[in-house]
Design a binder for this molecule. Structure first.
Ligand code: SAM
Length: 216
């Protein structure tokens, strides 16, 4: 993909798919305009890198539709000072977007080959401040907690209890909650011993496979 063409495709992706649908967080919009999404897409479908759809990344997993990445990231309300936990590294695309917008990022993926490919790609892009973990992200990452924000790109039947206990005061979790095939994008905010839950809209994600998610 030549540089002028991909820069133009990215600008149009942000304007037509993301800003036009109501995302107003300028930091999120800039990050998505700058990060070369096509580098995260397998060659066979790379020509669709800036299309308005999720794409396969191997191992039966997907990279989310650009709008969903933007919507979830904006829903986290990042100012740049936060420590963030990402569940479901996948291709590493959302990892890079988050890394640009927060202070420190821990990203967990259950499939080792995906985590390793993402780690290598981020190293070539010289993205710092990211710790890669392979394992069951439904358990959170107790050794790195507490987190100011938690984002899950895999769907869970309910909010995993370890995420709430690893969330700092005033912290936010954004995740898809629901059945295996359809869910509601949900934002959970911690206020003392209470949590406040908001439904942001319908969505479709791959399942969170683990102790506090789906069993397979
Ligand atoms: N945000 C990613 C990107 O930009 O490419 C896409 C993530 S994909 C929709 C969801 C990922 O969650 C998959 O790679 C899947 O293997 C992973 N996953 C599912 N259950 C998990 C678990 N318990 N712990 C960690 N990762 C998990």
């Amino acid at each position: 993909m030549d540089l002028v063409k991909e820069t133009d495709l990215r600008r149009r992706m942000v304007e037509e798919q993301i800003r036009r649908r109501g995302i107003r967080d300028e930091r999120v919009l800039s990050a998505m305009e700058e990060v070369p999404r096509h580098l995260f897409i397998p060659k066979a479908v790379r020509h669709l890198a800036y299309a308005d759809e999720p794409l396969p990344i191997g191992e039966g997993q997907t990279i989310s539709q650009p709008y969903i990445v933007a919507e979830m990231t904006a829903a986290l309300r990042l100012s740049g000072t936060e420590k963030v936990l990402e569940i479901g590294t996948g291709s590493g695309y959302q990892t890079v977007i988050l890394a640009r917008l927060c202070r420190e990022l821990v990203t967990i993926e259950r499939i080792a080959s995906l985590s390793e490919a993402a780690r290598k790609l981020l190293a070539t892009m010289e993205v710092g401040g990211v710790t890669f973990v392979v394992g069951d992200g439904s358990l959170g990452s107790p050794g790195h907690a507490p987190f100011d924000r938690i984002l899950s790109a895999a769907a869970s039947p309910s909010v995993p209890a370890p995420w709430i206990s690893q969330l700092s005061e005033g912290g936010i979790i954004v995740l898809p909650v629901g059945g295996r095939y359809e869910q509601e994008l949900t934002r959970v905010t911690r206020a003392g011993s209470r949590t406040e839950t908001e439904v942001l809209g319908g969505c479709r994600f791959v399942p969170l496979v683990g102790m506090y998610g789906f069993q397979s």
